[in-house]
Ligand binder design. Structure first.
Ligand code: M6R
Length: 366
């Protein structure tokens, strides 16, 4: 049932090209002229009227929401708040006349996310769910649903659910932006072609596995590590840190690279491993200057950038190269080496990779 893989997590990491392809299937017009999310009841008039979006989720799904915010704000120009469900449900959120609430839940059964969904509905608001499980509570109770076709995810650590949640958010963001006239046909075509290339690119990223397996050996005796990046790279860094904590039990912190010198830089000492994401060309120079800061304190840095940008080798100890894609789409590729790193670190430490201590796949209690 693990298809020849030693753990479900590794199998699910390798299923990402298929999961991404399945989630895109039928949702892009053949001539790349538009997104086809025909399952939505949301009509164009409502999409045009939306004046605020709340994205609510937990854990990895919340991290997907952070990327969703960046995408929706930059394409569709709608302000987005991303909230942790267990926080959102206990405060009194403010709604504008046309707030759209998006809940993201792989399982569709997470207690806090469902409670938030129910409270929002009770207040007469419209809820769109992004979920991987047909027939789940989230799927049944939301007004609109986008299913991610990742297939069953068994390992507690979420991998292919995240990448497919990003696909759903890209499709929705592009659709809303197009309907609202914020992006033109050419940009839509460019983005949709970029999405269409992702299954192939994710396949290519999986080839970095041996490099990550080697690097993960550094974590056998390490207790602390940092993931740094800016903008979208920062959101992906948060997901990388969560993954590492969850299954390798190493303390990991994600930091916005530009914020390091406001305190956290004090923790960087000789030999501390730092993973530095530099996948965004417009912020590349800024990120490099932050990498120089951690290198000056003796950090051992694994950098990540796009193929062809050998410049990074001058600054870091090792580089992971990602296939070139549109910068906005880079999170789907950048997360994969981080999943592999967490996986191999957990294996190296002899942990129960698929069933980490203290955790459940679906958190159905508060
Ligand atoms: O099923 P959900 O997407 O609602 O689950 C949310 C979190 O419990 C989940 O993503 C958790 O953070 C993962 N185990 C992380 O790998």
């Amino acid at each position: 049932e693990r298809g020849g893989y030693p753990h479900f997590m590794l199998k699910e990491i390798h299923e990402q090209p298929k999961a991404v392809r399945d989630t895109l299937r039928g949702r892009i017009a053949e001539d790349f002229s538009r997104v086809q999310l025909d399952e939505l009841n949301l009509d164009d008039a409502f999409m045009k009227a939306v004046d605020r979006i709340h994205i609510i989720a937990c854990g990895t799904s919340w991290h997907a929401g952070l990327v969703g915010k960046a995408v929706i704000e930059s394409y569709a120009r709608i302000p987005v708040d991303v909230e942790i469900a267990s926080e959102y449900r206990y405060r009194r959120p403010l709604f504008t006349p046309n707030t759209l609430v998006i809940v993201i839940s792989q399982s569709g059964e997470t207690a806090d996310t469902l409670a938030a969904l129910r409270e929002v509905k009770r207040q007469g608001r419209r809820v769109l769910a992004i979920t991987n499980v047909v027939g789940s509570s989230a799927e049944r109770e939301a007004d609109d649903v986008i299913i991610t076709w990742a297939g069953p995810e068994i390992a507690v650590a979420s991998t292919k659910a995240y990448t497919t949640q990003l696909i759903a958010l890209y499709l929705l963001g592009i659709k809303m932006a197009h309907v609202r006239g914020e992006i033109g046909d050419d940009k839509v075509r460019e983005l949709l072609k970029g999405l269409e290339d992702l299954p192939q690119a994710t396949e290519q990223v999986l080839d970095t596995a041996p490099q990550l397996e080697r690097f993960a050996q550094r974590y056998v005796d390490t207790m602390d590590t940092f993931f740094i990046g800016r903008s979208l790279d920062y959101s992906v860094a948060m997901e990388g840190a969560l993954k590492l904590k969850e299954i390798s039990y190493i303390h990991a912190e994600a930091y916005a690279a530009g914020e390091l010198k406001h305190g956290t830089l004090a923790l960087i000492t000789e030999g501390v491993p730092v993973i530095a994401l530099a996948t965004q060309p417009d912020l590349y120079e800024k990120t490099v200057s932050n990498i120089v800061e951690v290198k000056a304190r003796g950090a051992f840095v694994l950098g990540m950038t796009w193929i062809g940008n050998e410049d990074l080798e001058k600054t870091v100890d090792e580089v992971i190269y990602l296939p070139k894609t549109l910068p906005e789409l880079a999170p789907i590729l950048a997360v994969i080496p981080l999943q592999l790193l967490a996986y191999y670190a957990a294996v190296a430490r002899g942990n129960d990779v698929d069933k980490p201590r203290n955790l459940a796949k679906s958190v159905t209690v508060e």
